[in-house]
Design a protein. Structure first.
Length: 271
């Protein structure tokens, strides 16, 4: 992939994330309601999820009509260019539905199956994070200019602040709660923000020492995973695996391996 194509994909992802973020922030209706549900009655989709995904796919398709898409709200085309966009138009829908600020637009571009560009926009924070493979991780926010991102120096595991999330299927979340109950005494503390994309970017920013979650889809972690890795974090799934629906883990080097093996021993990935 050429530097020129990297730049094109990044700028397009940034434009799409900025536009979708503005739509979600400024266009949220006062009477926002659930449009449909997915895996369970509490796994919701709003009209704004659907509108944001259409805005993103329309904008990208107009610029690059031969690219493929994989989107949470149904966008799924193969494309012929070798580039596929992996999109979560509103990561943290329940937060958004309730008016909580932790939600984001997540857009990644893949080339031949490898993520090469990632952008996560968190409009209520006023921050946007981005990375190009091999080019480091960066953010813009209330400060002046772009800021290079770097994960925290690794503390001992018992001093690590780690975030997680919970599935919307009752049996799965019950198991996850049991894992967290056994994990809490072994860490500094646990956080639960409600957006995988934001949690991964918080690892990149040094605001968390680690993050793990079971049950994520590619659109949940594709952009944030690249941003975390480009900020110096390690990411993976179960030992030896890449992030997957079984398990996604991201952490500072020194925290990653002990956290990953602890999660394996606790059966964090089990049904």
């Amino acid at each position: 992939m050429t530097d020129a194509l990297h730049k094109e994909l990044l700028e397009l992802a940034q434009e799409a994330a900025r536009s979708a973020g503005a739509l979600l922030r400024d266009g949220r209706p006062a009477d926002l309601a659930v449009a449909r549900t997915k895996s369970s009655p509490i796994d919701v989709v709003t009209e704004m999820d659907i509108a944001a995904e259409k805005l993103i796919t329309d904008l990208i398709s107009a610029a690059r009509p031969d690219d493929g898409f994989l989107g949470e709200e149904g966008a799924a085309t193969e494309g012929t260019s070798g580039v596929r966009w992996v999109i979560d138009p509103l990561d943290g829908t329940v937060n958004y539905l309730y008016g909580l600020p932790t939600w984001a637009v997540s857009i990644a571009a893949e080339q031949d199956g490898e993520t090469v560009v990632g952008v996560v926009a968190a409009p209520m924070r006023g921050e946007t994070y981005h990375a190009v493979r091999g080019g480091g991780a960066w953010a813009v926010g209330a400060w002046e200019g772009e800021r290079a991102l770097s994960c925290r120096p690794a503390p001992p595991l018992d001093q690590a602040l780690v975030s997680t999330g919970f599935n919307y299927v009752t049996e799965v979340r019950t198991h996850q709660a049991g894992v967290v109950a056994r994990l809490v005494p072994l860490l500094r503390d646990i956080r639960r923000g409600g957006s995988a994309a934001v949690d991964l970017c918080d690892v990149a920013c040094g605001r968390l020492d680690g993050y793990f979650e079971r049950g994520l889809h590619a659109w949940d972690f594709a952009a944030g995973d690249l941003i975390a890795r480009e900020a110096g974090a390690l990411t993976g799934g179960r030992p030896g695996d890449r992030p997957s629906r079984d398990l996604t883990v991201a952490a500072s080097p020194g925290v990653f391996e002990p956290l990953q093996h602890l999660l394996e021993n606790l059966g964090a990935w089990h049904d």
